[in-house]
Design a protein around this ligand. Structure first.
Ligand code: ZN
Length: 134
């Protein structure tokens, strides 16, 4: 192992308080989808999520959630979006991948608990996600 080059491991770290806010927001929006912008930073493939922004002019329904990206201010701390799937599948849809924003996409499925959240990259590959305390 000594000679093995350090692998570029991608992972997502999310603060517990941010996760709790996401979960209660999605619960509140149920049975519609909820959508939020993720704030955070990315370093060496490690994405840390430490805040949320409610997107302007967002539109949601039972099977869609979106907002016009053109209304977003250019902000380097906006690293992705999170949205909910009230139907109970955490797989990104074709539309989700088409509307990919930033570096990472989190999807929360019902019943919106700590095990209901999954991270995806722009190709639809799953990225390991860990919960951290501040
Ligand atoms: Zn979706």
């Amino acid at each position: 192992m000594l000679f093995k080059k350090k692998k570029f491991e991608r992972q997502v770290l999310i603060q517990k308080d941010v996760l709790d806010s996401i979960l209660s927001f999605c619960q509140m929006k149920h049975p519609n989808e909820g959508i939020l912008i993720l704030k955070g930073k990315s370093k060496n493939g490690e994405i840390t999520i430490n805040g949320l922004v409610i997107p302007p002019f967002s539109e949601t329904g039972p099977t869609f959630a979106g907002f016009p990206h053109s209304f977003l201010p250019f902000d380097m701390s906006y690293i992705g979006i999170v949205h909910s799937h009230p139907s109970g599948s955490a797989e990104p849809s074709v539309t989700d991948l088409h509307n990919f924003f930033g570096l990472i996409s989190l999807i929360v499925k019902s019943p919106y608990d700590d095990d209901s959240i999954f991270a995806w990259d722009s190709s639809g590959n799953s990225v390991p996600l860990s919960i951290i305390s501040k």
